[in-house]
Design a protein around this ligand. Sequence first.
Ligand SMILES: [Zn+2]
Length: 487
Amino acid sequence: MRVAVGGYLVAVNTFVAQRLGREHFQHATLTGETLLTAGRGESAIAGFLEYARTHQWEIVPLQFVVPGVGGLITREAHEATKDAFLAMLRQAGPVDGVFLQLHGTAVAEHVDDCEGDLLAAMRGLLGEKVPLIASLDGHANVTPSMVEHASVLIGVKTNPHYDFVAVGQQAARIMAGMCAGVLMPTSAWAQPALVPSLQKLYIAPGWPMEHLMRQAQNLAARDPRVIDVSLLGGFPYSEIPQTGMSVVVTTNNEPGLAREIAEKITAACWAKRHAFTADVVPVADAVREAIESEDGPVVLGDLADSGGAGTPGDGTVLLAELLRQNATSAVISNITDPAAVQEAIQAGIGKQVTLTVGGKVDRFHGDPIQISGRVRVIQDGVYRAATPFNAGTYRRGPTVVLDCGGVEVILTSRPAHGFEVNHFRSLGIEPTARKILAVKSELQHRAGFAGIASKIIDVDTPGLATPILSRLPYRKIRRPVFPLDDM
Ligand SMILES: [Zn+2]
């Protein structure tokens, strides 16, 4: 067996003004040997390669484009990425199959569905018979084009996601079955008229998505004709007509069965739609509750400016309220402000500085605010997450901790995602020794601080990742759709 492997892993928030251009892609593209060793033990590619190596497959590395989360991809960046994939595939010569790790929320200035566009182009080159299998993030917004041009799409079954390796291995097993002539995958895609809030996609006991996912996996396990059932929660901030929840069912050449199961799950999701509406506490109430709480740490989730949702990360509303209510033993996971970081670095460790921070990128995340404090830490901002999900190395750029008395402020040069303990510990801040942790995260903080937090309060801050979806300027999404329309 000779198989080509690659990935296009980018999440796009179509509402933010910033763009993801070629400069972001160039610094985040792995090829050759670096692709083959990337994300070992963490990525779908790693899982696929594990199986491939065990079975002595010959691997042809394409490219793994991993620029992270941001605004719309420029026309130039997407076209160059697609062209490079096609050139590499042509150069590879005949292959028995292709595996791609995709996110499922890539939108460019000129293409709504970058993954569908890439899969269609690859399919054109490969012909109809060669297996082209892709893994998807659980937040994928799946489109008919993706389903049509991939042989199989497999989504992760966890949220936060920690089963990428298993999904990659599953993809390899399916590819082996297809090449042996044992499997003839046929897929059905369906979606309810539902865009869930990210906050409610947590897969843990008692949460609606856990119930639906279990139901979906039971249907898959019960019938040997079913190859995979993927239930995707969708990503509300990446707007295309299909944004939101969807299900992809793959059977072994049983199209009727695939359709039947997809519709059954879709109906179950629709019946639970009200459970997916966001549930947040006004900023002043949340801060008061945290201050008055007897035990710490109380985690305050700044959902609308999450590091996982492509917003600027410079929202100031929660920080301003903590200062206004004279909070003590509080820490802000991040205000992304490279200019303020440079000012603090120039002042130096131990120096007292007054800086105007945050609220600089757009008008959606609060106003710039003036803070005074002592520069306690100056660092390169690189650390490894301590969690089995969202694993890997994070690069926040030059990072500073400013001690403002009752409130410590972490200033980063690049957007950060303070969803777990090492974000703080890497900067010499022990999260369990603080009363209040204000974190820019939409969901992962629930899992990241489980067992540490005395209480988790999701706060109604303003921002372009607000869980109150009716506040966002949707214009392309199919209508009617819940909760934007009263259904
Ligand atoms: Zn995800």
